[in-house]
Design a protein around this ligand. Sequence first.
Ligand SMILES: CC(C)(COP(=O)(O)OP(=O)(O)OC[C@H]1O[C@@H](n2cnc3c(N)ncnc32)[C@H](O)[C@@H]1OP(=O)(O)O)[C@@H](O)C(=O)NCCC(=O)NCCS
Length: 187
Amino acid sequence: MRALAAVGEARLEADGLVLRRPVPGDAPLVYRGTRDPLVREFLQAVIPHVDLAAAERWLAEVPPQLWTGGRAAYFTVVLDGEPVGWAELVNLDAADESAEVAVWLLPEHRRMRTATGALRLVCRFGFEWLGLRRIDAFAAADNMASQVMGAAIGFRRAGYRPALFRSSRTQRLHDAVHATLVPDDLC
Ligand SMILES: CC(C)(COP(=O)(O)OP(=O)(O)OC[C@H]1O[C@@H](n2cnc3c(N)ncnc32)[C@H](O)[C@@H]1OP(=O)(O)O)[C@@H](O)C(=O)NCCC(=O)NCCS
């Protein structure tokens, strides 16, 4: 597996959709995203930024630190020049050559297969740029959009994990569906 820190600039593009590394100017996106009820329901440990300045500070510090530390690859999803969402590879495991993926979009950009395109691009980054062997996804059992999106690009169901994570919004425990993707299945 190639070390994330060895990858400087990363930009992936397909069908008008671009994944690029986040910049402080993406503050309006992450400010809204971390306050969105579905993002907070279905992702763990999402802390809403108090204001745009806090989001800007977070963007300037945290994503570059995690990238150079080889811990997480965060991307802003840009559609026709506008930041519309977020894609990430976390829990990067060099020994296992694996990572975990998550994607979210601002609500007005959902249901148009943009998230499916973003998921495909971030998985391509994991396989083609980092040489990962496997990418895992854990979707809440009641998060059908996430499961359908994963299946559309080749994720296969690998298990059911009761009470796997807590909602950031309600602290309620979610059961999760574990799905996994290997390079040959990516479509
Ligand atoms: C999950 C999320 C990224 C999906 O975004 P999206 O723009 O709706 O995704 P897409 O349009 O690319 O594809 C979603 C698919 O799920 C389907 N879908 C959406 N909601 C559904 C539901 N409640 N039941 C069944 N299918 C559903 C869509 O019809 C689409 O399938 P299709 O392409 O065959 O029509 C978006 O809903 C989101 O940001 N949710 C909040 C954060 C989140 O849950 N992230 C995932 C964490 S693991």
